[in-house]
Design a binder for this molecule. Structure first.
Ligand code: MSP
Length: 661
């Protein structure tokens, strides 16, 4: 029992983004479940998260938004539906939140940079290579995949500038030993990736300063240089505890971190570069880095630029935060990639929560309330033959759960809980409490015991579910009548292993249905409509076609004969959805017929009498069997993804046939 043991756990610090998606929430929800589990065990937990706010990418985005970088990041971190709001929505219980623009962090980074420089691990040189702006990562030619960034697949830029370098190569052997001979990095598959892709080809020194932009921590002894964003970012795990600053004083208590949870694409930074930095400063290494997989959508990574992100706000509003947290933790093995889909989400909620847990809870509490409104009887009759299996499973659940949780296998821990829930549902059917209730005098004591066993099983499961669904667990405890007399002792980690903790004469309070069944077809249609609307809303308000880059010479231009024409008649072409047939007065005395695919924007009757512009020396063309002699001019642009067209209408005072030039 790790009572009062310290446990320091971190998420990566997030790039401020105005569109954090369910994939981002995944890592933080998993970290939160782990932190809550450790608190349940009695550990002294420090759970850190935050934002990684420097770098060229932010500087560029701020410029595009027309604001200073600080204002830009403030808005995204603290603003409505920003990073902090999202964590509040997801019920994240972080103890601390660091922003890399916090002044105490900035000053600490300057001291750290200087310390590595003084040690001789940072030296000045010239950087020639490739840089991925999106990943803020430098690459050598050989690391590129098809000439593109090996992490995100985007184009890289040539980079050449005076820069400081960190002697990463010096630590290659120690890092290799750390990876191969210890369990510093998990899951094991990530070790092979790191060793094969980065260590074996030879670790090169790392460029750790930039001069081509200013939004970063300035190198205090060499103006013009800013510290490479990953140096700034990785040390957050220490500065947030008070390392090299006076803002906090917990470094000695909590460092080294017990585990850094990170997504697989940033394992390289955490398992190679980060321990090397710690080695350089002779600081203890974090105990573990766990590289989790990605939540994919249609087999690919979610990303704002692909427009395929899933909005946690929409899902939480629709299904509830706890159901969403539960789904993320229950469905995807933490170390591997998983495919997100609305169907899977709804299926998981309906199967596990509505059917299995929901049914067990509502059947048990409904029967207990109906048969024993004043509390279960003190006199209860055991039936060892019928009860032993359920009691055995519930009593041994905590150990199995703990074994899975210690390996960060949330899915397995939940699976163990649901085996017990499943068994309890069968126990109801086997013992048919409704049949026992028919003769209370003969069977009341047995009925009391059956219901007690069910309530006690539910209590144990709920204690262990609480790190995953904190609010729901409290609501279940309320319905079970847990702790009304004991003052909290039946919600503890200790009690999850002690069968019989619940007061035997407990009175339940059947409350609202905590897990209503979801109508899958309806919910999916609504989600798809919401996604479509969000996609549209994210489209640029107004888009105009790029201008032609090729010049046209004046004589060629003059060959086009533009004339004012008056609409004498206009009708829709039969069997065509698009075409309108115009009969036009072009000033020659003979009617001119032009067909135009604009029915989507105009009703024919509205155009009669208008003065339009036509190019009249195009060769005649047949459309739907009708001849079109020329083309009407219109203006087109795109609005929220929809093409918009306006016919060019000119002053009615212009006579038919007037030449436009
Ligand atoms: N700022 C760096 C981390 C610095 S830590 C010293 C960063 N930020 S991030 O915002 O891009 O990503 C934060 C975390 O979200 C990463 O662990 C990343 O893997 C995770 N995820 C982003 N999209 C994800 C999915 N689709 N699925 C799972 N996790 C994903 O990297």
């Amino acid at each position: 029992m790790p009572e009062n043991e310290k446990f320091y756990i971190t998420t990566p610090i997030y790039y401020p983004s105005d569109k954090l998606h369910i994939g981002h929430a995944y890592c933080t929800v998993c970290t939160d479940a782990m932190a809550r589990y450790k608190r349940l065990q009695g550990c002294d937990v420090m759970f850190l998260t935050g934002t990684d706010e420097h770098g060229q990418k932010i500087e560029t985005k701020a410029r595009e938004a027309g604001v200073e970088p600080q204002e830009f990041v403030d808005r995204i971190v603290d603003g409505p539906k920003g990073v902090k709001d999202l964590w509040e929505l997801m019920n994240i219980s972080n103890d601390r939140f660091i922003r890399t623009t916090d002044p105490y962090h900035v000053k600490a980074i300057q001291k750290i940079f200087r310390a590595m420089y003084d040690k001789g691990d940072i030296y000045k040189g010239k950087y020639v290579g490739k840089y991925c702006k999106d990943c803020e990562a430098f690459w050598t030619e050989t690391q590129l995949v098809d000439g593109k960034c090996p992490d995100c697949g985007r184009e890289v830029q040539d980079a050449e500038e005076e820069a400081y370098f960190f002697r990463l190569s010096k630590y290659a052997d120690r890092i290799r030993h750390l990876l191969e001979d210890t369990d510093f990095l998990e899951p094991r598959s990530r070790v092979h990736e790191m060793v094969n892709n980065f260590i074996k080809p030879g670790l090169e020194d790392l460029c750790v300063s930039r001069t081509s932009f200013t939004w970063g921590v300035p190198v205090d002894f060499d103006p013009g240089h800013v510290v490479y964003v990953w140096v700034d970012a990785l040390f957050n795990y220490m500065t947030a505890l008070g390392f090299q600053n006076d803002q906090y004083h917990d470094y000695d208590k909590y460092w080294p971190a017990d585990v850094h949870f990170v997504g697989k694409e940033i394992v390289r930074f955490h398992s190679i570069i980060w321990p090397a930095f710690c080695m350089s400063l002779d600081l203890p290494l974090p105990k573990k880095v766990y590289g989790h997989g990605w939540l994919l959508l249609d087999g690919g990574k979610m990303s704002k630029s692909k427009g395929n992100v899933v909005d946690p706000y929409v899902l939480a509003e629709k299904f509830g935060v706890d159901a969403l947290r539960f789904f993320l933790l229950r469905t995807f093995p933490f170390g591997s990639d998983g495919n997100f889909s609305n169907e899977l989400l709804i299926q998981t909620i309906n199967t596990d929560l509505a059917n299995d847990l929901g049914n067990l809870l509502s059947r048990t509490t409904a029967m207990a309330e109906k048969y024993f409104p004043d509390g279960l009887p003190a006199d209860q009759a055991e039936d060892a033959g019928k009860d032993a299996e359920l009691i055995g499973m519930a009593s041994s659940l905590r150990d199995k759960y703990e074994a899975a949780m210690e390996k960060y296998q949330f899915q397995d821990a939940l699976s163990e809980i649901f085996k017990v829930i499943d068994r309890a549902n069968k126990y109801i059917d086997e013992n048919a409490p409704w049949a026992l209730a028919k003769d209370m005098e003969a069977n009341g004591a047995r009925l009391g015991r059956v219901l007690y066993n069910l309530l006690e099983t539910l209590r144990i499961c709920t204690v262990l579910l609480s790190p995953f669904m904190p609010d729901t667990a409290e609501a279940i405890f309320g319905q079970l009548g847990t702790c009304e007399s004991c003052g909290g002792c039946s919600k503890t980690w200790e009690s999850a292993k002690v069968w019989g903790t619940l007061t035997s004469t407990v009175a339940v309070h059947k409350g609202e249905n905590l897990f209503p069944r979801i109508d899958a077809d309806k919910a999916i249609a609504e989600l798809e409509a919401a996604a479509e609307a969000a996609k549209k809303a994210a489209l640029p308000a107004l888009e105009i076609e790029p201008f032609a880059t090729e010049n046209v010479d004046f004589d060629t231009f003059c060959k086009s004969d533009f004339r004012a024409v008056k609409v004498k008649a206009c009708e829709a072409v039969k069997k065509s959805e698009k075409l309108l047939k115009f009969t036009l007065d072009d000033g020659t005395g003979t009617d001119r017929q032009i067909l135009s695919g604009i029915h989507k924007w105009y009703e024919p009757a509205d155009l009669v009498g208008k003065t339009l512009v036509a190019i009249v020396n195009l060769p005649p063309r047949k459309m739907m069997g009708l001849e079109s002699c020329g083309m009407l001019l219109s203006a087109v642009h795109t609005e929220k993804g929809e093409e918009v067209l306006h016919l060019i209408m000119v002053d009615d005072a212009i006579p038919a046939g007037a030449k436009l030039c």
